[in-house]
Write a protein that binds this ligand. Structure first.
Ligand SMILES: O=C(O)CCC(=O)C(=O)O
Length: 227
C-alpha cells in the first residue's frame, strides 16, 4: 500500500489528466484559424475521422502542432480530431460522461468492441476498457477559457474505476475541477476520466481542438484507421 502510494505520488498522470501551460505559442494557434473556421456556426463542434482526418493532419497549420504532440505523446497515432466552440449561439452543456466510443472502419468490430453506431463521419463503437486506459485525448486551448466560459470539468481519479454506468455517476463522490487555461495551454486526459461541461455564464466563444490518440502498435494490431 505504501509502495502504491509512493508510485502514484511520482506519477504526474495519476489524477487522469495533466494540464500543461504554454505548450503551443500564439503563432501556432493563430495559424489554426482555417481549421477552426470549419466549425458550423450554430453547432458545438466538428469532427474529423478517416480520410478527412488524413487531410487535416497533412495540412500545413497542423505540422508544428503534430511535432510537439509527438514529443508529448510518443508512439501514438491520432484516431480522431474534434473542434469545439462554446459561444452565445451554441452555449451547450454536457452531462458527466466518459469518452468510450472511437471510430472503427466498419461494423465488423475488433474483439472486445460493442455498441456500434453510425455517425455522419463513419462508424464508431465502444472500445474495451483495457484499450481506453492506454488512449489519451489532448485538448488544445485555442482561446482562453475562464470559469464564465463553461470550461471542461473533470473528476480526478475517476478513470481508475474503469467503465462507469451512467446511473452510477451521481453516486460518485469527489471534487470536480474546472480546467481553465490560456491560449496555447493543453490538457492530456484519459478518455475514461469523467468529464462534463456547464453552460457559459458569460461566453467569450472559447474554442478547443481535441486530438484523440491511441498507441500506434494497438491501432495497427486492431486494424483501426489511424494516421
Ligand atoms: O469541451 C467541452 O466542454 C466538452 C467536450 C466534451 O464533452 C468531450 O470532450 O467529450
Amino acid at each position: 500500500m505504501e509502495v502504491a502510494a509512493a508510485i502514484s505520488a511520482t506519477d504526474p498522470f495519476d489524477p487522469g489528466y495533466r494540464l500543461l501551460r504554454r505548450v503551443f505559442d500564439r503563432a501556432e494557434i493563430t495559424a489554426l484559424a482555417p481549421v477552426l473556421a470549419r466549425i458550423p456556426s450554430s453547432a458545438a463542434g466538428r469532427r474529423w475521422a478517416g480520410h478527412e482526418l488524413v487531410a487535416l493532419l497533412q495540412s500545413p497549420p497542423m505540422q508544428p502542432i503534430l511535432r510537439k504532440l509527438a514529443e508529448l505523446l510518443p508512439d501514438m497515432a491520432i484516431l480522431r480530431a474534434v473542434a469545439f466552440r462554446k459561444d452565445a449561439d451554441a452555449n451547450w452543456f454536457v452531462p458527466a460522461h466518459q469518452d468510450r466510443s472511437i471510430p472503427v472502419p466498419s461494423v465488423a468490430l475488433p474483439p472486445g468492441f460493442d455498441h456500434v453506431t453510425r455517425k455522419p463521419d463513419g462508424w464508431q463503437a465502444e472500445a474495451p476498457v483495457a484499450l481506453l486506459a492506454k488512449m489519451r485525448n489532448c485538448r488544445i486551448f485555442v482561446d482562453r477559457a475562464t470559469i464564465e466560459d463553461g470550461p471542461l470539468e473533470v473528476l480526478p481519479g475517476s478513470h481508475r474505476r474503469g467503465r462507469i454506468e451512467q446511473a452510477e455517476i451521481p453516486t460518485i463522490a469527489g471534487h470536480w475541477v474546472p480546467l481553465i487555461g490560456e491560449v496555447g495551454d493543453a490538457v492530456i486526459l484519459s478518455p475514461l476520466l469523467l468529464h462534463r461541461s456547464r453552460r457559459a455564464t458569460d461566453p467569450s466563444g472559447r474554442r478547443v481542438l481535441q486530438l484523440e490518440l491511441i498507441p500506434s502498435e494497438m491501432a495497427e494490431a486492431l486494424g483501426l484507421s489511424a494516421c
